[in-house]
Design a protein around this ligand. Structure first.
Ligand SMILES: *Cc1c(COP(=O)(O)O)cnc(C)c1O
Length: 390
């Protein structure tokens, strides 16, 4: 009463929803910016920006002029000023289907693709469309991408973790994956190319994952947002190849490949050759969720076909070369830092995932404390326990 009373002695009947703060507490953005509040403005040291997975600020990672032109042309055309239909405009959906189809045995049609406000919104929609059963759970990788944890928490979907094994090139602990599941498990999330570990999965490994998903009766959510950021020798294999074994929902966007995370355009692709996602109502749930949320910018939807179809291969090649060089350089320099150890040189994505040996450090108990002190003393940043490696 004391807190809620207003000047007239009335009681305010509302208060903030704590479910949002619980979910946001595990979101990457919240943690990164919290860390950066530790930065001492008077230290005189330049800040290395708090930009998780976002190299767009660096002059070495500019987007390609074809993409910029496509967006400018769409804006000027006068054809992109209205609301878009909830699932996205057909030409954008068709362009994404064509873009993904190259490697797929069961081809996607335009109606199998939904356009979203980046991959993060795709995650939200897919999680929401699978939640609703109060005892359901979802299997997430550890280490992983925290937006899945945050959104599952927010949608009351229980999170269970399966491990990625550093000693086995960050392959999935397949026995652990199976052991974590039960009759209430609805889905597993696979991140490939794998952020934050920086590996890509082999054909055989993905095949085994599909077999396990089939045995468990779950859908595989394959986050392929880093598809174009592979600079090692092993090629990227899309999970959709195995959709005849178990249904696969592929998530993607242009954020990472084209270095434009601020443009907010991505997609959900339903690899469902046996119509399982349809008969279980998941497709309907996704369409319903899309009706409840704002449509991504029509300008970007209009531009998407040109972006996907006309970007020259040289653009990606140049970026890959720069990434490879950065990784070589960082791994080399890391050898001189005794408390940091990199279990595997990354071959994809934009993180370098290292192990911290706290026994070598004074007054630092864990990786989070290390990161906090690093920000305050050196104005740089590691995203340690943020990705759930505790
Ligand atoms: C960056 C990232 C996303 C979010 O991508 P947006 O298109 O910018 O929303 C999703 N998944 C993973 C694994 C990411 O690294």
């Amino acid at each position: 009463m004391a807190n809620n009373g207003n000047a007239n002695g009335n009681v305010w009947q509302f208060k903030g929803n704590t479910a949002t703060s619980d979910a946001a507490a595990v979101a990457l953005r919240k943690l990164v910016f919290k860390m950066f509040r530790n930065y001492n403005l008077n230290s005189g040291k330049p800040i290395l920006a708090p930009s998780p997975g976002d190299p767009s600020a660096s002059p070495s990672f500019l987007t390609c002029p074809v993409a910029e032109e496509a967006v400018a042309a769409a804006a000027r055309s006068g054809m992109a000023n209205s609301y878009a239909p909830s699932p996205g405009i057909l030409k954008a959906r068709r362009a994404v289907a064509d873009y993904l189809n190259g490697e797929l045995p069961a081809k996607l049609k335009e109606e199998d693709v939904y356009i979203t406000g980046g991959c993060n919104q795709a995650i939200e929609i897919v999680i929401d469309s699978l939640a609703g059963n109060s005892v359901a759970n979802i299997l997430l990788p550890r280490p992983g991408y925290p937006h899945y944890d945050a959104r599952a928490l927010y949608s009351c979907l229980e999170v269970r973790k399966y491990d990625l094994l550093p000693q086995k090139d960050w392959e999935i602990d397949l026995d652990g994956l199976e052991a974590a599941a039960d009759e209430n498990t609805v889905a597993m999330v696979l991140i490939n190319p794998n952020n934050p570990c920086g590996n890509v999965y082999s054909y055989d490994h993905l095949n085994k994952v599909a077999e396990i998903a089939r045995k468990l009766g779950i859908v595989v959510i394959s986050d392929e947002v880093y598809k174009h950021v592979v600079y090692g020798d092993r090629p990227f294999i899309p999970m959709g190849i195995f959709a005849s074994i178990a249904p696969v929902i592929t998530l993607g966007s242009i954020s990472k490949g084209w270095v434009v995370p601020g443009w907010r355009i991505g997609w959900i692709a339903m690899n469902d050759p046996n119509s399982i996602l349809k008969s279980t109502g998941v497709i309907q749930a996704i369409e319903d969720c899309l009706d409840l949320t704002p449509q991504p910018s029509l300008i970007l939807q209009e531009a998407l076909p040109d972006i996907l179809e006309k970007t020259p291969k040289e653009f990606f090649d140049k970026k890959i070369k720069a990434m490879r060089h950065s990784v070589e350089f960082s791994c080399e320099r890391l050898k001189d830092i005794p408390c940091l150890f990199c279990p595997k040189k990354p071959e994809s994505c934009s993180y370098l995932w290292v192990k911290l040996d706290t026994s070598m450090l004074v007054n630092i108990k864990n990786d989070f404390e290390f990161c906090m002190k690093l920000v305050s003393k050196e104005a740089t940043q590691f995203n340690g326990s943020i990705a759930n490696l505790q």
